[in-house]
Ligand binder design. Structure first.
Ligand code: GDP
Length: 181
């Protein structure tokens, strides 16, 4: 799999290839998951200071873009920064609506869906975007926790739910089949 970092964008996003978007709470395991999917530590660039306020685009096999959106819900973030995050996402969703082919919404299987995740679900539904819920870190959760998180999610959405662990490489094949579907 060929993957290359294209750049960090706030506007004028590249739209010449379909976007596969990754969104989720900070610390949900987004970088680890992207790295697992592409077999390389590419998502570290998204963590460089300054890049966390952008949509970072990675080109995959010259066919599509992986869009790594900044995480939300980080406790230490100011109101102004929350507003900036919201503006960036609104701008991105508005500009790229037609280019977005799939959104992966990451939910930490131990933490379960938070209020902000519920808002993200409503937003994705409202925008009519095709999304898949990705439960992360299932190696850390007990069967009971996983079942609880899944049943909570089922009250919030009818979309598919994929169980993953970047640590153990679980769910990779299933996710890739969604990416290239
Ligand atoms: P991000 O902030 O959403 O990009 O999350 P990261 O990928 O940086 O992961 C946040 C923390 O969770 C790190 O300490 C990771 O090592 C850990 N983590 C990520 N994925 C997994 C996983 O599948 N299993 C376990 N046990 N820990 C994980």
């Amino acid at each position: 799999m060929n993957v290359r970092f294209v750049g960090s964008f706030k506007s004028d996003f590249l739209k010449d290839k379909p976007h596969i978007v990754f969104v989720g709470r900070s610390n949900a395991g987004k970088s680890s998951l992207i790295n697992m999917l592409v077999n390389r530590k590419v998502a570290y660039v998204s963590k460089e200071p300054g890049r966390t306020r952008f949509i970072n685009l990675f080109e995959l096999d010259r066919k599509l873009y992986i869009a790594d959106a900044p995480g939300y819900g980080f406790a230490k973030v100011s109101k102004a920064e929350q507003e900036n995050w919201k503006k960036l996402m609104e701008n991105y969703f508005f500009e790229c609506k037609d280019a977005i082919s799939k959104v992966f919404l990451l939910i930490d299987s131990v933490v379960g869906p938070t209020e902000l995740d519920k808002m993200m679900i409503s937003w994705l539904e409202h925008l009519n975007l095709r999304y898949t819920v990705v439960l992360t870190k299932i190696d850390k959760a007990s069967q009971r926790e996983i079942a609880q998180t899944v049943s909570k999610l089922k009250t919030l959405t009818d979309r598919p739910i994929v169980l993953t662990s970047s640590k153990e490489g679980r769910g990779k094949r299933e996710l890739l089949s969604f990416v290239f579907a």
